[in-house]
Write a protein that binds this ligand. Structure first.
Ligand SMILES: [Zn+2]
Length: 93
């Protein structure tokens, strides 16, 4: 194989799942499962900028929305049903 063919093969590779935007915006066809960015900000303020699992401080960028009553059990994406968690504690939930 010539070098040019190899390069063309690499450059011509179609990108089906771009790592930078794999799951961008939900289409809105599903029932709402997550809070909007404004609601997240309110939740973050309500938690006093802390992870509600152990009370350690987190950045807004680290914040995850946990659900007291999981969606699978009929919980909804409301502030009342949400807790402010870090990534780690949200995973452990
Ligand atoms: Zn935490």
């Amino acid at each position: 194989m010539r070098d040019k063919d190899i390069i063309d093969g690499i450059l011509g590779e179609p990108i089906k799942h771009p790592p930078w935007g794999g799951n961008s915006k939900p289409t809105g066809s599903n029932k709402k499962r997550t809070l909007g960015s404004r609601e997240k900000q309110i939740l973050y303020d309500r938690a006093k900028h802390r992870c509600e699992a152990t009370g350690h401080k987190i950045d807004f960028s680290e914040m995850q929305v946990g659900h007291k009553n999981p969606h699978s059990k009929g919980g909804s994406a409301t502030l009342r049903n949400s807790v402010c968690l870090c990534y780690k504690h949200n995973k452990l939930q």
